[in-house]
Design a protein around this ligand. Structure first.
Ligand code: UGA
Length: 428
């Protein structure tokens, strides 16, 4: 099939590469000439494990084509995916201006044949109906189309694997023709097919991200309790999570969820509910606990580092990504800078993006060990693999005083005690 993705962010580029790899011809439309030039040269722009190789392979096979030109891509395509951003507005609602403007441009460029316009962007319930109205208004008379909602569940850092091996594929549409075309495109992929109405598909996406956020905030709440009782949150959540009805996934406490999805989607669903006069106090509490997790950890750092000279490991909002959008690290670093802290940080992939945000307000090290030289405490924000079995004796030797404040519970507290390291983690 020939398909188009509009947008080459973490969702657009990963999904486009996967469908190209399955043998489809995939156009990717962007709006920044410099970025499209880089993509054409095989530079994926973002860091996502395995993406560079997949992109190069499919560029060489001429199955993935980057363009700024809607006329080159849209009339040639059977399915057009909208994968542009829906960032939060100041009041928490999703900003739909890109999605709606893109829908209008797609409409004006539709060919004189049947096209499915499918939204992959996370959009509040009712948006796809608006997209349908916009396309109806702006399309050439001869063009026929249907809209569909095909929400995306890939995670940054494991995006390619998640796309090749989805748990489920949600197709929301009122049209049998659109549903069949999307089923055909997804045919090679495993996973349950869930065929639903547009509105259900839209709500499934927000409900999925929100329940995962509920689990994380619940784990953080249990961690707050454990810290006051002498219980160990990891033991508690192992005990809880082994119940198959609950599951252990997404029950890791720490410094709260970040990234471009959970924080914004919890707020956006809250706003949608409130606009419909639904009591959204559960999600309001989820957001508050998330905030509390960051603030409690900030207080812990301040309490245990009177000299205010620290090293930081990990800046990305999670491992295996260079993404720092809504990263808890940035929030906490800004608070610490306000308190007069001196910070040297290391992250395997996210330092370039952090420099754009914080410039030289903090120092950057070339390695984890270099970062800790002369530090009075080491603070861990992201659970990169390379920190898990690092030589902690060497870390201890390099530091001025052996204090580790760990937001991701990477090490066993007893082992740390044995090594003579003052170790503060979360909920233990
Ligand atoms: C999330 C969802 O997991 C994807 O299914 C969804 O497609 C995506 O949002 C999206 O809407 O685009 P992502 O934000 O990439 O994916 O990353 P997650 O692995 O879900 O982690 C999100 C945040 O939660 C991170 O800050 C992570 O550290 C935190 N987290 C996760 C915890 O604090 N504890 C956990 O147990 C799990």
């Amino acid at each position: 099939m020939t398909i188009t993705f509009i947008g080459h962010g973490y969702v657009g580029i990963v999904t486009a590469c996967v469908f190209a790899d399955l043998g489809n011809i995939v156009y990717v439309i962007g709006r920044t000439p410099e970025k499209i030039a880089r993509l054409k040269n095989g530079d994926p722009i973002i860091f996502e494990p395995g993406l560079g190789e997949l992109l190069k392979k499919n560029l060489e096979a001429k199955r993935i084509i980057f363009t700024l030109d809607y006329q080159e891509a849209i009339p040639a395509s059977e399915i057009v995916f909208l994968a542009v951003g829906t960032p939060p507005k100041a009041n928490g609602e999703a900003n739909l201006s890109s999605v709606l403007a893109t829908a209008e441009t797609v409409a004006k460029n539709l060919g004189a044949h049947y096209t499915v316009v499918s939204c992959k962007s996370t959009v509040p319930v009712g948006t796809n109906t608006k997209i349908k109205e916009i396309i109806e208004k702006h399309k050439p008379t001869a063009a026929t189309f249907d809209v569909a909602s095909c929400p995306e569940f890939l995670r940054e850092g494991t995006g390619i694997n998640d796309t090749f091996f989805p748990d489920r594929i949600i197709i929301g549409s009122a049209s049998e023709a659109a549903t069949q075309l999307l089923l055909k495109l997804h045919e090679p992929l495993p996973g349950e097919r869930v065929l639903v109405g547009l509105e259900s598909a839209e709500v499934i996406k927000y409900a999925s991200n929100s329940i995962l956020s509920v689990k994380i905030s619940f784990a953080n709440l249990v961690a707050f309790l454990c810290e006051k009782t002498g219980a160990n949150v990891e033991e508690v959540l192992d005990g809880v999570g082994l119940d198959k009805r609950i599951g252990r996934d997404f029950l890791s406490p720490g410094i709260g969820y970040g990234g471009s999805c959970f924080p914004k989607d919890v707020l956006a669903l809250t706003k949608t509910g409130e606009s419909l006069k639904v009591d959204m106090s559960l999600l309001i509490a989820v957001d508050q606990i998330n905030q509390q997790a960051r603030d409690n950890f900030t207080d812990k750092i301040i309490a245990h580092t009177p000299s205010k000279k620290i090293a930081i490991w990990g800046l990305a909002f999670k491992p295996n990504t260079d993404d720092i959008r809504f990263a808890p690290s940035l929030y906490i670093i800004k608070k610490l800078l306000d308190q007069g802290f001196t910070i040297t940080a290391f992250d395997p992939e996210a330092m370039t993006n952090t420099k754009k945000e914080l410039s030289d307000k903090i120092a950057y090290a070339d390695s984890a060990l270099e970062a800790v030289k002369g530090a009075d405490a080491l603070v861990i924000f992201t659970e990169w693999n390379e920190f898990k079995q690092i030589d902690l004796e060497a870390v201890k030797r390099l530091m001025k005083s052996p204090v580790i404040i760990d937001g991701r519970n990477l090490y066993p507290p007893k082992a740390m005690q044995k090594m003579g390291i003052k170790y503060y983690s979360v909920g233990r």
